[in-house]
Design a protein around this ligand. Sequence first.
Ligand SMILES: Cc1cc2nc3c(=O)[nH]c(=O)nc-3n(C[C@H](O)[C@H](O)[C@H](O)COP(=O)(O)OP(=O)(O)OC[C@H]3O[C@@H](n4cnc5c(N)ncnc54)[C@H](O)[C@@H]3O)c2cc1C
Length: 310
Amino acid sequence: MHLTEQQEAEIAAARGQRSATARPTVPALEGMLFEAMPVLDHGFVRVIDYMGDDTAIVQAARVSYGRGTRRVSEDAGLIRYLMRHRHSTPFEMCEIKFHVKLPIFVARQWIRHRTANVNEYSARYSILDREFYLPAPEHLAAQSHANRQGRGDVLAGKEAAHVLELLRGDAIRCYDNYAEMLNEDEAGAARDPSRQGLARELARMNLTLNTYTQWYWKIDLYNLFHFLSLRADAHAQFEIRTYAETILRAVAAWVPIAHQAFLDYRLGAVALSAQMLAVVRRMLAGDTVEQADSGLNRREWAELMGALKG
Ligand SMILES: Cc1cc2nc3c(=O)[nH]c(=O)nc-3n(C[C@H](O)[C@H](O)[C@H](O)COP(=O)(O)OP(=O)(O)OC[C@H]3O[C@@H](n4cnc5c(N)ncnc54)[C@H](O)[C@@H]3O)c2cc1C
């Protein structure tokens, strides 16, 4: 992750500000505010602002006149009940805003989550940084044979070096041609005064998908949990998963009770179909159940066995 001196100074100034407020605040999250948490080679996640805490969930659920909290154990019990039974609206009372720097191909996956508010860095207006994501050697893997949407063994030796060279070389060449077409230096001055330079909105189409973009992303806690349930899951691509895991750290600091309920009832939980439940019941009754007489297809059977074995 690279931040300029000016960016570091702006973050330090923001972190030094204090505001008096009657609203509830969360000291653990206050301590993380504005800080750039590194992700991948040049990316980051920063918490910019938030509204609500664990007690705001309880307050909304009880439609209370005051804070709405009782004993911590009662509040935790209520939050866990709400999570277990997918009673969603109390979680929507909490909101959080992030500043995220991420490769464009990760942004394309991320933007599919429609229940957030987004404002992206404008590459029509500004010039994108000369920064590209290059996978660390342990993440440079071959196509998986078992899963068409996944990766298999890590590439090694000459092949790994060749692939990295191609990724790096193509990104640099495309960026250099972008800069050439723009005909602008970093300060915005013309490189060659005899040329007009291509518009930024057109020149950007030459960039590779591992170029970094940035956005502000605001979402309520319910929809954030939905995002995290899909993107912090083992089936998510490694790159977006590392962002989701970083966000999870902020969520743990922000709403520790709801975070634990999410781990217990969503991220670490498994949904069983009616047929799967019937198989488990037969097994508990001592029956020997085979896939052929289970009522499950092979894939469902494998998923159930995988879940039961852990
Ligand atoms: C592992 C993985 C693989 C994927 N592979 C592909 C792929 O190959 N191709 C592809 O195109 N996408 C793919 N996706 C994206 C996926 O199909 C979803 O678009 C994405 O995960 C966003 O999910 P969502 O719509 O539930 O989330 P959000 O947009 O955040 O919506 C949250 C919830 O709000 C509700 N909602 C939001 N908008 C609407 C609406 N307009 N109408 C009705 N309900 C709405 C739904 O209940 C939804 O679940 C993949 C995602 C994952 C996690």
